[in-house]
Design a protein around this ligand. Structure first.
Ligand code: MIG
Length: 704
């Protein structure tokens, strides 16, 4: 293993890393220069590329900006931000020297990647206690893989989690949920789950159900499941302070909440008003909170989303008082520009203040640790708390869990969604660029709020965004209160018809998507990759991605664009897909092309000597029947594919690598087909469409 570890100060065990690497002498650190024991620098060549940092703003190449790892409840994902909800401290530098760097640190890390000085990278760790890992490899792919070995296997979601998900903050009652499901059924649009946002709870209390709006919840869950729809409730980090509420009472009694400097439970305010924060960094408290999920799993719930776990703070008594004092002071005054701004800012700055993060403590292994020093571990350990509990509830069952805040390490316990984006074209673009960087950091089960969380979306944006989300493992349409209804059936008829077909396409692609996702998880590989990861000598194209081993995509993300430029690093087969049922292919040469892409089309490129596997859609994942699969092969010489599938719900995946392997070899004017299948392979029939570089098409059938 080509990984070296260097220690600075003494850092607590963040559990980001699973391999035991012996530490090396700092004087022998390759590539980076050490300054003042807390800064690492590197001179950048003009053409060096920096990949990584997972969930953050800007491009695939992170050069030219300054980023901060400090999990932030940041609803404004604009270019000038430095942090979003996650802290993913891994980079790969490609160029004169190509290597990976991981900063294992639970507190803030600042990555100045050519912002202060265009040609220089500087990583600063203000807390001074951290470990650095330098990861080598013979290729970008190998560096990425070595890093993943260092941090351990990625979380594996159940297969039904690859179905389409509908969500909206504002669904209030059983009736609302039934109406959503009806909207899908009436319009014949596939769906697998609906999310329950905070309104399902009783006064925003975790592990309660509002009995007035959701009476007989258990049977409701059952009924929906019999229609193929699962309910996924939200869990918030803050526990409401309310006399008689069990979670609150128990937590106080047992000392399971974070405390202030006087050792009293720390008070912040979030949804329910005043709350305490469970001390997820204290093992006992983490186990205690995790076991509460059983209240819902006992009612038939199989998946959750964990929110507000940066943790987000609306206000504290102190910050509110400060703002109110300012307001009282300003009463009846004639405010000039500066005093007016002061007044306004005192309210804008009332939440998520560093000062508040500096005023509460965790109990870790008997020691008190101030929150800000371990801030980035909070969301991670909330996810871990749930995952450990699921293991206790049923160790052979896959539960769905995805979180808002995360750090590297959390990728072993759950997926993430990328938080409160907006219905903006630029946020679709950011979604595209973020996916490969999330994969590099181990977060394979991930996705953005499709169509955008805030703001009103337009019909064309809804279409273009869904066309991209066909490929993201987490495919969830989520929006906030007060915005335009963006469920697919809430648009005009023509858009409904287009969206139905796009969602059907997703379901038809699940055999490929799931096979590629599972192989990536099992083998520590990436599901989404920048094209340079397969074509290392080519230039990076920011808005084209490799999806699995066989495909490249080039999404359209500009309004009113009826096409786009693409760069092909080699000859590829273009399928400008409208419906997965209608197929027509065109061979495109290596190089630059402008392709027309109608609003309802998703351009897909099949790589040379690669195979795409397709099934048929159904109304939900559980009803997919993939006994018969269609294979589309672009064969110049020989193409191979290992098809992986499993029951999708148990953890038996460890024993099995493929269901069948196929090779298609060109021989004179024909093709030789070789299939190696498991005994009892559930796939029985393959319909092959084989296309060669001249565009000649041959169809063949193969029985397994
Ligand atoms: O900021 O529970 O990111 O998905 O709908 C609002 C309400 C709090 C933030 C989540 C969002 C969710 C919302 N929550």
């Amino acid at each position: 293993m080509r990984i070296k570890k260097f220690c600075f100060g003494t850092v607590i065990n963040t559990e980001a890393v699973v391999l035991n690497i012996e530490k090396s002498n700092k004087g022998e650190m390759p590539y980076l220069q050490i300054r003042d024991e807390n800064e690492l620098t590197y001179e950048l060549e003009k053409s060096d590329i920096i990949y990584g940092l997972g969930e953050n703003v800007r491009g695939i190449n992170k050069r030219g900006w300054i980023y901060e790892s400090f999990c932030s409840d940041e609803f404004d994902h604009s270019e000038d931000r430095k942090s979003l909800y996650a802290a993913h401290n891994f980079l790969i530098i490609q160029g004169r020297e190509t290597f990976g760097v991981f900063i294992d640190c639970p507190g803030k890390v600042i990555f100045d990647l050519g912002y202060t000085k265009k040609d220089s990278m500087s990583i600063t760790i203000p807390e001074n206690d951290f470990n650095v890992y330098i990861i080598d490899g013979n290729s970008l792919k190998e560096i990425a893989k070595n890093f993943r070995k260092l941090i351990g296997k990625s979380y594996i979601a159940p297969k039904w989690a690859f179905g389409y998900q509908q969500s909206r903050w504002g669904y209030k009652s059983k009736e609302d949920i039934l109406n959503v499901v009806k909207g899908f059924k009436d319009n014949d649009i596939p769906i697998d789950w609906v999310c329950l946002d905070i309104d399902y709870m009783e006064r925003f209390k975790d592990f309660t159900i509002n009995k007035e709006t959701y009476d007989d919840f258990e049977n409701f869950v059952k009924d929906l499941k019999s229609q193929g729809v699962r309910l996924i409730p939200i869990i918030d980090a803050g526990v409401k302070i309310e006399k008689g509420y069990e979670v609150y009472e128990e937590g106080v009694e047992k000392g399971y909440f974070c405390v202030n400097e006087n050792n009293e439970p720390f008070i912040a305010a979030v949804w329910p008003g005043k709350v305490h924060f469970p001390d997820f960094l204290n093992k006992e408290a983490r186990v205690w909170f995790g076991r509460k999920y059983k209240y819902l799993t006992d009612k038939g719930i199989e998946g959750f989303w964990n929110d507000m776990n940066e943790p987000a703070i609306f206000y504290t008594e102190k910050s509110l008082k400060k703002a109110l004092d300012k307001a009282y002071e300003s009463k009846d005054k004639n405010l000039d520009v500066y005093s007016f701004f002061d007044l306004k800012d005192s309210f804008l700055e009332i939440g998520n203040r560093l000062e508040d993060y500096e005023s509460f403590y965790h109990k870790m292994d008997g020691k008190l640790i101030r929150h800000d020093k371990v801030h980035n571990l909070y969301g991670y350990n909330m996810t871990k708390s749930a995952a450990e509990a699921f293991e206790e509830i049923d160790s052979n069952k896959r539960f769905l869990i995805f979180s808002r805040a995360s750090t590297i390490g959390a990728h072993r316990y759950g997926g993430i969604w990328t938080g409160d984006n907006k219905s903006w074209w630029s946020h679709l673009e950011m979604n595209i660029k973020m996916m490969p960087n999330l994969n590099l950091c181990g977060f394979l089960y991930s996705g953005a709020d499709t169509v955008g969380f805030g703001c009103d979306c337009t019909e064309d944006l809804a279409i273009r965004w869904n066309e991209f989300s066909i490929f993201t493992p987490l495919y969830r349409n989520h929006s906030t209160k007060g915005t335009r209804n963006q469920e697919p059936y809430n648009f005009s008829q023509n858009t409904i018809d287009i969206l139905r077909i796009i969602i059907e396409n997703r379901y038809a692609f699940i055999p490929y998507i799931y096979s590629e996702y599972m192989k990536a998880c099992k083998n520590d590989e990436c599901y989404f990759k920048p094209i340079t990861f397969e074509y290392e000598d080519e230039t990076l194209v920011e808005d084209q991605l490799l999806v699995g081993d066989s495909l490249m995509i080039a999404p359209v993300y500009k309004q009113n664009a009826s096409g786009r430029y693409v760069y092909l690093p080699e000859e590829m087969l273009l399928w400008n897909m409208v419906s997965y049922k209608d197929r027509s292919f065109k061979v495109l040469s290596k190089g630059h092309h402008y392709i027309d892409v109608e609003l309802e089309a998703t351009p897909i490129f099949i790589r040379k000597n690669k195979i795409l596997v397709l099934g048929k859609h159904s109304n939900c994942v559980d009803n997919l029947n993939n006994e018969e699969l269609d294979l589309i092969a672009f064969v110049d010489n020989k193409a191979c594919y290992n098809y992986y599938d499993d029951d999708g719900i148990t953890k038996k995946y460890d024993n099995q690598d493929f269901q069948f392997k196929i090779s298609i070899q060109k021989k004179d004017n024909n093709y030789e087909i070789g299939v190696d299948a498991l005994e009892n392979c559930p796939v029985k029939k393959l319909n092959l469409t084989i296309i060669d570089s001249q565009g000649n098409e041959v169809k063949k059938k193969y029985n397994i």
